[in-house]
Design a protein around this ligand. Structure first.
Ligand code: AP5
Length: 209
């Protein structure tokens, strides 16, 4: 089997794929909307895909909701299955912006393997940095109006941040071994952060879009 290190170094990538990484409330969803519009990419947010399942009241959605409402992570095999289906359904796209995925090292390895099946790979991981009290403030503020049940109380919001430190922050270490992580300040105005992100993307984007 080809090693994942070789995948990162050698795949001849005709798409531009990146991960918008960061803790809950760091602005991944907000910035993703603007970035996919600018670069004409397919936005794949596992949080949004799970919430669609909840709205449909599918078995998967109802099971996921119980976990999401506690601020914990849905099992790897569930989200990897969702992403695998979405990649197949969008194989003609210019590239993918992954938001909220991968969230564990197992998910990162699975993503590399799935992208390899499509002869492509991750180009860069843009990691938003925001201090914890700002994250809590943003999420509780959104909870007043969003209807998101995982934004409603501070205990669940802090549990999501704890889950991020325990299981997700290691994903940056995984991509760091391939030199693919760039840290971007996630505080300031939405437009300032967007400009900093596009600056980093434009430096790396050598493909035609
Ligand atoms: P998910 O939907 O991914 O939520 P999250 O990571 O907790 O992220 P948020 O949507 O809360 O924050 P964000 O970084 O997107 O920030 P946003 O732009 O929205 O996941 C939810 C749950 O699903 C998880 O807890 C888990 O259970 C499950 N799940 C999802 N993916 C999974 C996976 N791969 N594996 C396992 N389980 C998974 O902004 C937040 C707020 O801040 C908004 O109100 C926004 O308006 C505001 N804001 C944004 N930018 C700024 C700014 N610059 N200044 C001030 N306010 C700002």
């Amino acid at each position: 089997m080809i090693s994942l290190k070789v995948v990162h170094l050698k795949v001849r990538n005709t798409m531009f794929n990146f991960i918008l990484f960061g803790p809950p409330g760091s602005g991944k969803g907000t910035q993703s909307e603007k970035l996919v519009s600018k670069y004409v990419l397919k936005h794949l947010s596992t949080g949004d895909l799970l919430r669609t399942e909840i709205q449909k009241q599918s078995y998967l959605g109802l099971e996921a909701k119980k976990i999401m409402d506690k601020g914990e992570l849905v099992p790897d095999e569930v989200v990897i299955g969702i992403i695998s289906t979405a990649l197949k359904a969008n194989s003609e796209s210019n590239g993918f912006l992954f938001d909220g995925f991968p969230r564990t090292e197992a998910q990162a390895i699975a993503l590399d393997e799935l992208l390899l099946q499509h002869q492509t790979a991750i180009d860069v991981v843009l990691a938003l940095k925001v201090n914890e009290e700002e994250l809590v403030k943003r999420l509780l503020h959104r909870g007043i109006t969003s209807g998101r049940t995982d934004d409603l109380n501070e205990e669940v919001v802090r549990a999501r941040i704890t889950e991020y430190h325990k299981k997700t922050s290691v994903v940056a270490d995984y991509y760091n071994q391939f030199g693919k992580v760039v840290y971007v300040k996630g505080e300031g105005s939405v437009d300032e952060i967007f400009n900093n992100l596009t600056h980093e993307i434009d430096k790396r984007k050598t493909k035609v879009m």
